[in-house]
Design a protein around this ligand. Sequence first.
Ligand code: NOJ
Length: 767
Amino acid sequence: MNKKIKYIFYITVIATFMTCDKIKKNTVESPTKTEEIEKKVDSLLKLMTIEEKVGQMNQYNGFWDVTGPVPDDGDAEMKYEHLKQGLVGSMLSVRGAKAVRAVQKIVVEDSRLGIPLIIGFDVIHGYKTLSPIPLAEAASWDLEAIERSAQVAAAEASAAGINWTFAPMVDISRDPRWGRVMEGAGEDPFLGSKIAVARVKGFQGNDLSDVNTIAACAKHFAAYGFSEAGKEYNTVDVGNSTLHNMVLPPFKAAVDIGVKTLMNGFNELDGVPVTGSSYLLRDILKDKWGFKGFVVSDWASIRELVVWGYAKDNRDAAKIASIAGSDMDMESHIYVTELVQLVRDGVVKEAVIDDAVSRILTVKFELGLFDDPYKYCDESREKEVIGSPKHMEAVLDVAKKSIVLLKNEEQLLPLKKEGQKIALIGALANENNSPLGSWRIASKDSTAVSILTGMQAYKGNTLVYKKGTDVTVGNAEFVNEISVNTNDKSEFDQAINAAKEADVVVLVLGEHGFQSGEGRSRTDLGLPGLQQELLEEVYKVNKKIVLVLNNGRPLTISWADKHIPAIVEAWQLGTQTGHAVAQVLYGDYNPSGKLPMTFPRNVGQIPIYYNYKNTGRPVLDKNNPNLVFWSHYSDIENTPLYPFGYGLSYTTFEYAKLTLDKRVYAINEEVNITVDVSNTGKLAGKEVVQLYIRDLVGSVTRPVKELKGFELVTLEVGETKTVEFTLNKESLGFYNNKGEFLLELGDFEIFVGGSSYTKLTSSFELK
Ligand code: NOJ
């Protein structure tokens, strides 16, 4: 079909939609937007050939920015031809208003039906202006700030032509060896669900067709965060109770709030690679939860069904994945080559294809791409929006809120603003690349504010900077982890001398931004390279040390906890890192973050998490202190170094008057709880007040603690606030091993405080 005819055809299709709408409007009451879109999708589906339908299920990577292995036949020329033939429904990693317009133009003008592409991209913690890595953001427990951060990301990405982000990652994980914990919200399904909702709302807004919103993608469905031994892409073997109570809730929360897409994981679950799991994708997601959006595979995960030994060849893989409910093939190039014939042979029903294509087209209609395929390709908007001062302010705000104060003896912090000689030590202190983390495809390298720059903004002190030692050798992005650590001590002396002469030493140590993230699992979670040695050498000459950690996961820092008076967890905080850290160190922001993941004492304790099970032998028998037979290690205590929910402030808080409105509740009643929280210190501050429950007896054993509520409260000096919590059926129930939600009568304990190790308790009965 030549271009002119194609245009007439395209316009006729649109006119048909509009006529349908008019008829409907004139006869009965006006249809909802959803009904209108359903009609349009149905009409369009009728016009499509089987090849064009399968084309919608095919997603290619752009011609650059490969984020995974590309098949041999993944050349640009072939992709270009397929775009023209209408055999591509989506591209990922094409970016920039101009580039997206160019690629949309190919399908809109050259393909028979001109169906616009949906452009996907890993907008993980920002597009160009970067917020903290998601694990850090989770430490803020500030849902408004997290939603705002996702809004900023959506505004910038949409201005660069992007319609869809592969975020949020809502994988719960208990294993900091797994490099991708940096991309999630930590270990807890309650906090994880709240954050999933905030991020989906931030990305998608109230109306997906708004020019500054993008579709979100809850990933990786499901249980990828439970890779055995924290080793990337490894087998997953979780039981049903963990699956339903720990893994699935954040996905369900995302679906309930209207997330438009989900992504498969690379993992298997109970012997079935999740990309081919009809139990997860059909039975749970689409049938039980009623998910109306579409599922995209992870990069080449359909092809990997063959490698797993679950499909015998590509044709088999296409059959399994499509029937299971994976609607779009990311970079396996298998749907596009195999599905048409599978339908012709009657192996895959056309209804399976129609269902997948309808889901994909629906999201495209919702984004407004059929109204104007170029609506996200406005270059002047792109210039104006990306990196705007408003965005810089928003990411600085969430960066400060993400910092967690782990230790502060002798009130070493906040630093005095005048008359001090400060030695700033560590390669990471002078880094403007590492703070961007490993997910920053669209951001320019080395564009973060370094901690050195942030500290230099405070002019009242004398600041001396010395590197001491590097963290890694060479280009951190591509080095093989095994050979990454440096052994160069040549600059130790300079650092030690600077420390000797300083009033206070600020040591910035930890991981380079490229030491966590996909494909970056580690077994040693101590400070990489010679940093631990540097820390100990500096400590010998000056004990007034503030250790600032930069890292993408919990680290094992037992020595530092024992010796160093002040420790600040500053993660990788994105574009505004240096200013955020300096403002916290100097007390212009009073830290309020709380850990979203347990810090182990050593790697041998992993997995260690707060919501563990009691076991049949939980405590040492007090009458028999020599008893061996209880659940413990003989070389280290059971507690973590820092528990989930833990974090200090420059002020102090006290909890009192934990009150319940009753002692005994009927099954339909709500449990109303109040607690008084007071600021007993000398500075205004914010506290995350946390509520935990323990269901004492269950038909499936319950954890010793489960987070069920939290509230971020701001308190002036001397102020007391009464914080209210309500527990209802939803918070008191749990899933049995069949995935059925139950509420069981019996006794409950509650715990309220500023961490999961809180002592203030009460109890009630559900009768
Ligand atoms: C693989 C990752 O697992 C996934 O999270 C990401 O969105 C895709 N690559 C696309 O880059």
